[in-house]
Ligand binder design. Structure first.
Ligand code: SF4
Length: 287
């Protein structure tokens, strides 16, 4: 799937990708003193999104499309609201307007980057419901980028866990959430609170030391090695682990996934101290 140029006959145009970014991006920049001449009313922002991709730009048609899409995403009184500026919209309405704009060119895939950031929980639920509805009605794929595990648990079918720009784990949501295999995913899951005090008191937490490495100068080998409790000084530092199928339809990028799962490599142990299954059973012989 790639980004395609629109065909000359725009009536047949179906753009492959469209991006929804966080609604805050419609807000005026704090670095620019008010009044800010670059702030566009919602109809102008829409017109720009639509007209840029049309061989024969038609402003009236773009305006009608804006009203139709604002109505579709649940913006009340769209013929009036379309003339307003983004700062006149609430956070949730701004996000709806962003989604409407992303749909303007009939994409096959919608990339929603942190679409629920800075929204309260009730509005967050409405936006997720809207994305779900649009997915069905428009028959489009949605790639949701978020740091919020609750959102992923709610809507995702397939999950890819990324760290420092690399894919660490990929699988069906129930697999990745139910049986995380990569050390980073394990640490993420262990940080999610469980509303059961008994389970919460007894379960193991994986605490990661240090900070995210610099993207400009990432660690060699495995990018997670500077924070991974299972990191080994040899392979983890020298070889980049490929993302491979470790279990059926469950891909992991870790050299030691099998040893970690079997419990033969323990946190903060080195390769030389790998626990052999019969170590504990060894019976000293009497001479
Ligand atoms: S490859 Fe090494 S550093 Fe990376 S996640 Fe696996 S054990 Fe940790």
């Amino acid at each position: 799937m790639g980004i395609q140029a629109a065909p000359a006959d725009d009536s047949a145009a179906r753009w492959d990708l469209s991006i929804v970014i966080t609604a805050a991006s419609l807000e005026p920049s704090r670095d620019v003193p008010m009044p800010t001449p670059h702030i566009a009313a919602v109809d102008d922002a829409f017109a720009e999104a639509v007209l840029l991709h049309q061989a024969k730009p038609d402003k009236k048609a773009a305006w009608r499309r804006a009203i139709e899409l604002l109505r579709l995403v649940g913006v009340p009184d769209p013929a009036e609201r379309v003339k307003q500026y983004p700062h006149e919209f609430s956070g949730g309405m701004r996000q709806r307007a962003m989604i409407a704009m992303a749909l303007a060119n009939d994409p096959a895939v919608l990339i929603a980057d942190e679409p629920t950031t800075a929204l309260d929980v009730t509005v967050q639920a409405q936006i997720l419901e809207l994305i779900e509805r649009i997915k069905g009605e428009y028959q489009i794929g949605v790639i949701l980028i978020t740091h919020d595990l609750g959102v992923i648990a709610d809507v995702a079918q397939t999950v890819m866990v990324m760290y420092a720009g690399r894919a660490m784990e990929l699988g069906a949501r129930h697999e990745v959430f139910g049986k995380p295999l990569h050390p980073y995913t394990k640490a993420l899951m262990s940080a999610v609170p469980i509303p059961d005090p008994v389970v919460e008191d007894t379960r193991e937490r994986i605490l990661l030391a240090g900070d995210l490495p610099s993207a400009a100068n990432p660690p060699s080998g495995c990018r997670f090695r500077t924070r991974c409790p299972w990191a080994q000084p040899t392979k983890c530092a020298s070889d980049r682990p490929p993302l491979v199928e470790s279990r059926p339809n469950h891909l992991v990028a870790c050299h030691w996934v099998d040893e970690i799962e079997a419990g033969t490599l323990r946190p903060h142990a080195v390769e030389a101290e790998l626990v052999r299954p019969d170590d504990e059973l060894e019976i000293p012989t009497l001479s």
